[in-house]
Design a protein around this ligand. Structure first.
Ligand SMILES: [Zn+2]
Length: 234
């Protein structure tokens, strides 16, 4: 159910959430920066822009969330000590966006859409303000903020605070350049094109983070996530 942005802001603030978080691939993140907005998968497709395929794409279409913009209350990579499946680039957007900008009403999931198959409406979404107020927890990965009334574009120009970028500590065999500097350069150029200037920080992993192993164990996926341009198959 649609909950007012003001109410969502209040509850998130109460829980100590300062930023909303969105993770994505380098190519897709560059599209966001050029447009000054997070874009839904469907909106990017409609604009005829390229985006990195995600494992969840078919499910998103089937479940009716293809035109929605998703965000998390925490940095999942940091919290879970593993890479974020949606990509190595993390946008940190000031939560004041919810209060001061027009975002439209927000829906909050109770379960990740990849697990919605056969589930009832009330298992997928919070269905009352009271239920949301009583049960929302910072860092509960299944509880995602879904912007469904913003026309598929969540403008962040004044509210984007920083970008955190993973460093897989490897070189791409396609370009012979290390992934981190390749991604850093592409993001910086896209920022200039979009009239945005925020810092990009190299992620510092905590504890026994498994991301380096995960990046090196699936180099095809790592290439897909880091390449600033689509990889041509030959
Ligand atoms: Zn890590």
């Amino acid at each position: 159910m649609r909950i007012s942005a003001k109410k969502v802001y209040e509850v998130l603030k109460r829980e100590g959430v300062e930023h909303i978080h969105h993770a994505n691939s380098v190519i897709t993140s560059c599209q966001f920066l050029r447009n000054g907005a997070l874009l839904s998968r469907g909106s990017i497709e409609q604009k005829g822009l390229y985006q990195t395929p995600q494992n969840s794409d078919k499910i998103d279409k089937d479940m009716g969330v293809w035109f929605d913009v998703f965000a998390d209350s925490v940095d999942i990579h940091h919290r879970a000590s593993r890479l974020n499946a949606y990509g190595p680039v993390l946008f940190l957007i000031d939560i004041e966006l919810l209060k001061k900008a027009y975002t439209g009403g927000i829906w909050i999931t109770k379960l990740n859409p990849t697990r919605w198959e056969g589930k009832k409406h009330e298992d997928k979404w919070f269905t009352s303000v009271k239920e949301f107020e009583n049960n929302f927890k910072k860092g509960e990965f299944n509880q995602m903020l879904v912007f469904r009334h913003c026309g598929g574009e969540l403008s962040f120009k004044k509210y984007l605070k920083e970008i955190k970028l993973d460093d897989p500590n490897q070189k791409s065999k396609h370009t012979k350049i290390d992934y981190y500097s390749m991604a850093f350069g592409a993001l910086k150029i896209s920022m200039t094109e979009g009239g945005i200037d925020v810092p990009i920080f190299r992620r510092t992993c905590v504890g026994k983070c498994s991301c380096i192993n995960e990046y090196s164990s699936d180099m095809a996926r790592t290439d897909q996530m880091y390449m600033p341009k689509p990889i041509k198959s030959d």
